[in-house]
Ligand binder design. Structure first.
Ligand code: ZN
Length: 385
């Protein structure tokens, strides 16, 4: 018994050692729109939320893509583009306040340098083509401000690309699907500039059109596997194979509703019955923030018993590895952008649990290093200048 105990301890120790030695890259975090814009300072350990500089260090994170995101309705009078610039301003301020702990990178050399200096390397990912407002010059402008990936759509379609939500749920109201001629121009321009084409959130037709257009490996910054959890924006086997052929990478989203079909089903049930009741109680012109607040509290309590395990999260990684090999999967947590995470995965200090589970399943160190960051670094290098 004692021998088993010591052997488990030794295994946990070696997983920990590997985790902190490996380069960990997370391609999606929403802390800018969820905390920073509300005035919270992530330089210090926060009592709420899922991320800050202290906790990233504790979780062994080396590289973070910060999601610049705004809803279908812009926050500022100036529109989506102004929203994007405001969020980038806020990220720059955090980096300026923490020059010894964090560095904002815009090219691959800077990424490597920041990792060597043991700083958190921050990069900008813009979530949703709506933020460039159909304007090629705004794409260039956000590139000049540091944008190094752009998710072609968020849940809302643009005039040039249809989203997964619209392709799957609002088919009747769509006049067309996929990328337009203009949309393809955006993709080519992104390739030329060195902006990674991010295909999370896009519809299947947009996905295949973009894969056929891009000359560089693509990223899916926060998407999980359809065959394990069939929700509208998870990726199907044929898509996973197409990403492998393109030498891109799919980074697994940690949201319970994208990982576990039982959780997703339960949530749908609650949304249908209770969601409508709560919405109705707020009246016709309800405040979206208020609804979100009630929703998060009410539903997270009720869904608590249905949260998946870390093992379920790793099943998604495992699935992609078994289908196409260990070169095409990574980590895209969506921390601070989701209302439920697997049990134990409460914040960014918990990344080592993934390494532990991969080790437990017999993954070789070489493979684990690719999954934690090596694969995304390869895609970054292939795209960025
Ligand atoms: Zn998202």
């Amino acid at each position: 018994m004692l021998i088993i105990f010591f052997s488990l301890q030794a295994k946990a120790q070696s997983a920990k050692k590997l985790h902190f030695k490996a380069i960990l890259v997370d391609t999606h975090n929403d802390v800018l729109s969820s905390s920073v814009l509300e005035g919270k300072d992530i330089s210090h350990r926060l009592a709420s939320g899922q991320s800050d500089l202290d906790r990233w260090k504790e979780g062994g994170l080396d590289v973070q893509f910060f999601s610049v995101w705004t809803d279908k309705i812009a926050r500022n009078k100036g529109g989506f583009f102004e929203d994007a610039n405001q969020e980038i301003d806020s990220l720059e301020i955090i980096a300026l306040r923490n020059p010894f702990r964090m560095t904002l990178a815009t090219n691959y050399k800077q990424v490597k340098k920041g990792i060597r200096q043991k700083k958190l390397v921050a990069l900008i990912g813009v979530e949703g083509g709506h933020m460039i407002e159909d304007d090629l010059s705004k794409l260039d402008s956000l590139y000049n401000r540091g944008m190094r990936y752009m998710t072609l759509t968020w849940n809302n379609s643009t005039s040039w690309a249809t989203s997964a939500m619209d392709e799957a749920q609002h088919q009747d109201s769509l006049t067309r699907k996929g990328l337009t001629h203009f949309g393809k121009q955006f993709v080519r321009r992104m390739n030329d500039l060195g902006i990674i084409v991010d295909l999370s959130h896009v519809g299947e037709q947009t996905f295949y059109d973009a894969i056929a257009t891009t000359a560089k490996p693509v990223l899916l910054s926060h998407s999980s596997v359809w065959n394990i959890c069939p929700v509208f924006r998870n990726v199907k086997d044929e898509q996973i194979k197409a990403v492998a052929e393109n030498r891109g990478v799919i980074c697994i989203n940690f949201y319970s509703g994208f990982l576990d079909s039982n959780f997703a089903k339960k949530m749908d049930q609650l949304e249908g019955s209770e969601g409508k009741r709560i919405k109705d109680s707020l009246g016709e012109n309800y405040d979206a923030a208020k609804l979100n607040e009630i929703w998060t509290k009410y539903f997270s309590e009720r869904l608590q018993p249905y949260r998946p395990t870390i093992s379920k999260l790793v099943d998604h990684i495992d699935y992609i590895v078994r289908l196409v090999g260990d070169d095409y999967v990574g980590i895209g947590s969506d921390f601070d952008g989701v209302s439920s995470l697997p049990t134990g995965m409460d914040d960014v200090t918990k990344y080592p649990l993934i390494t532990e589970e991969l080790k437990r399943r017999g993954y070789p160190n070489r493979s684990i290093k690719k999954i934690l960051g090596g694969n995304v670094l390869r895609v970054m290098k292939a795209n960025m200048k």
